[in-house]
Design a protein around this ligand. Structure first.
Ligand SMILES: Cc1ncc(COP(=O)(O)O)c(C=O)c1O
Length: 418
């Protein structure tokens, strides 16, 4: 109890400082959104905090589908889904299944998928090994399993040696050993070591995996089926939860993909939040179907190329400026490690003054020494926007490293000549 009070004190003071720098809790101005810019306090900023990375949400086909469904059905069929549901649910599930290549069900959001599935699929005598950085929604769902008696331990981030040691240590005492992880980690954008995880799944019969692919969808794989399914094969002992809110462009919703129909049907028909919480709204279902059609069309490959070429521009420019990229792979989340929370806020605020909106990542989102800027590239932004942002960041980092007495970091950043 004492510890948790202390943590809250730390969180409150971090939030207060971030508020002072005007880099959190900012209501946007009441102006139309376009994906590319965001308006804060009367100033239009290039939006590098937008999760809609493929640039789909403003596609007229998706908006029209949502508006037509609103007109036809109203906002929501307010019946319990276990009794009756809008037929668009079946259409969406079928299309998602075509994209993923395996039995799939749509959920109201990613978190609801995990909260519905994990307590049902994980047994009291199973054990969960959760990657230290796995998304909070998965950890919350794991807590529900723990309430039923399942044991959970945390694993150093992406440490496959430790994971194998744990599997060996735990296999005598437990039925199944689950590894909970993200495909793309949502703060720093680094990827899971899929080859190693698949090898462990092959080697140890009791070993199972639960993957949150919220940030893998759309930009990778055939029909944008995501990073976890990039190679097109789902290991029979792996379950995937993902998001329709981010790259997919539906502005809400999630999905779960299983190797077999039995598990999919179980979660679809009996998963907790699937049946006792609200269904997806009708406009949201129609928007998701329109997004699925774009994924099932060759158009998705052009969008993937547009997006990855922007990520490459980001990476190449950052490296040429001596800006440290904390990730060696292309990722929708670009992380610039600063290592000092206040310096991070200072840079973010400077960047904002120069006309760019980016996100901070400080305690409790990451540990203090991992403080940094989290930058989301989207197809709404041009290659030139990306370069301009990075020039401003490099300049602001130079200033911050002097102000906050960080000479070692300053050395790496190149003088920007623009
Ligand atoms: C990796 C990851 N999983 C799950 C979620 C939660 O998504 P949802 O809002 O669909 O519940 C997020 C949210 O950003 C996320 O980044």
């Amino acid at each position: 109890m004492k510890d948790s009070l202390l943590n809250y004190e730390k969180i409150i003071s971090a939030a207060a400082l971030a508020k002072q720098y005007h880099v959190v809790f900012q209501g946007t101005d009441d102006v139309p959104y376009n994906g590319k810019t965001i308006s804060l306090n009367g100033r239009e900023l290039k939006n590098f905090g937008n999760c809609d990375y493929m640039g789909l949400q403003h596609d007229p086909r998706i908006k029209t589908a949502a508006m037509e469904a609103l007109e036809k059905y109203g906002l929501m069929l307010c019946n319990s889904r276990a009794y009756t549901y809008n037929p668009l649910h079946d259409v969406l599930d079928e299309k998602l299944e075509k994209i993923m290549g395996y039995p799939t069900v749509a959920t109201r959001c990613t978190s609801y998928g995990s909260l519905s599935a994990i307590p049902m699929l994980v047994g009291a005598n199973d054990v969960i090994i959760a990657d230290y950085n796995v998304h909070s929604s998965v950890q919350m769902a794991a807590a529900l399993a723990m309430a039923q008696g399942t044991k959970m331990i945390k694993l150093e981030h992406n440490d496959m040696t430790q994971l194998e040691e744990k599997i060996i240590e735990l296999q005598e005492k437990h039925d199944k050993i689950w590894y909970f992880f993200d495909s793309v980690y949502s703060m720093m954008g680094d990827h899971a070591p899929f080859d190693d995880i698949n090898e462990l799944l092959n080697r140890y019969e009791q070993f199972h995996a639960y993957c949150d692919d919220a940030w893998g969808i759309s930009w990778t794989g055939q029909n944008g089926r995501g990073l976890a399914l990039k190679e097109g094969v789902l290991h029979p002992k792996m379950i995937i939860v993902g998001s329709l809110t981010k790259g997919f462009g539906a502005g809400g919703g999630g999905y779960m993909t299983f190797h077999n129909e039995i598990h999919r049907n179980l979660i679809r028909d009996l998963g907790g939040l699937q049946i006792f919480s609200a269904p997806l709204t009708n406009p949201n279902l129609a928007a998701a179907i329109a997004c699925a059609d774009i994924h099932l069309n060759d158009e998705i490959y052009q969008l993937q190329d547009d997006f990855t070429s922007r990520l490459q521009t980001f990476r190449d420019t950052a490296i040429s400026l001596g800006i440290p990229m904390s990730n060696d792979k292309l990722s929708p989340i670009n992380y610039i490690l600063i290592g000092n929370a206040e310096a991070t806020m200072y840079i973010t605020e400077k960047v904002k003054r120069a006309g760019f909106y980016i996100n901070i990542a400080v305690y409790p989102l990451v540990s203090n020494r991992m403080s940094g800027m989290r930058i989301l590239v989207t197809n709404y932004l041009s290659h030139e926007d990306i370069k301009q942002l990075l020039y401003v960041i490099a300049e602001s980092m130079q200033e911050a490293f002097v102000k906050f007495d960080m000479p070692a970091q300053k050395q790496n950043i190149k003088q920007v000549l623009v």
